[in-house]
Design a protein around this ligand. Sequence first.
Ligand code: 3PG
Length: 375
Amino acid sequence: MIHFLRTTNSKMFRGTALLRLDFNTKDDWRMRAVLPTIQLLLKTSEKIVIISHRGRPQGGKIVNGIPVGFEKSLNLKRDAESLSRLLGKKIIFIPHFRFVEIKKIITTAPRGSIFLLENLRFLKGEEKNDASLARQLSTCADFYVNDAFAVSHRANTSIVAITKILPSYAGLEFEKEIISLGKVMKAPHRPLIFVIGGAKAADKLGIIQYFKNKADWFLLGGGSANTMLRLRGYDIQKSIADNDAGDKKDFKKISKYKKVILPQDCVWKGDAIFDIGVKTAQQFSTIISDAKTIIWSGPVGMTEKRAYEHGSASVARAIIKNRSAFSIVGGGETVAFLKKHGLDKKFSFISTGGGAMLDFLAGKKLPGIEALKKK
Ligand code: 3PG
């Protein structure tokens, strides 16, 4: 049974909260989604210690508890500033991992203080579900709240191992996600269409396999499409694609499914595919216009660049135009793109999860959900 923050007696939350969030987007929309959880904890608890990750850091190391040599853009200092602006409250950013010192800083700070620790993925143990890192993290707080649904498909220390030590709860956004996504997938109305794009192709395999009989079409763009195009013998040159040999067999199988529709034309920049072409956008829009349930994860082009937004904008407009369909969209990049253009309001449900949303919909057991159940 999961203990939800919303329904648990607030007396349980009197000490310091270790709050796992997911700031892994370019803008602040995932942060905005969890503001109600922070505000609730500010009322019920003494202090809040926020932990998060950003990106997939490589190359740096930890010297005397201090991160050295990591990409600057993966540092969470800017997130502390953004969160402080959104909450109208000071956020104390802790740029190191000297846990004895951190504990002292927290203990001596006044009630109502909010801390943000540095990117947890700078620590080798985070992605290894490491018990000793979990013990170190647990010294910072009295109880743990997971409001990072978007990373709950990863068996990471701050998602799973930590729940073995501290009393653990699901945050408000986390609860909303599992209830809303759970309801939708019980009996989706047909035609059921998936639009699958983005860079992380391997994350999207499960959903195609799981829904291969229940869905009507899978419309592929981005890295997922490129990976399949290559398997069908198309020369994608230097386009983003999944190169993981471990997944090759599954990709190959999927690339043969008749329901998987790959781009018939593409927009190139130099030697890489940057967007689906006009004909493909038109074909995708026609299929979407007949759907009764639409699930979208991952932009079908490089939406970071205006010139390659056309495919994703066409998909978004087609979904919005189909008023009789139930539409779900998820994933950092996709939602950021929709929000940037004010297109997000018309979707039936917006999930903070990308891979997590797809795994959940595919009936997989998410390590983060299972871990909360055990407590
Ligand atoms: C996401 O943005 O989907 C989550 O933060 C998970 O990130 P990951 O795919 O790097 O684990």
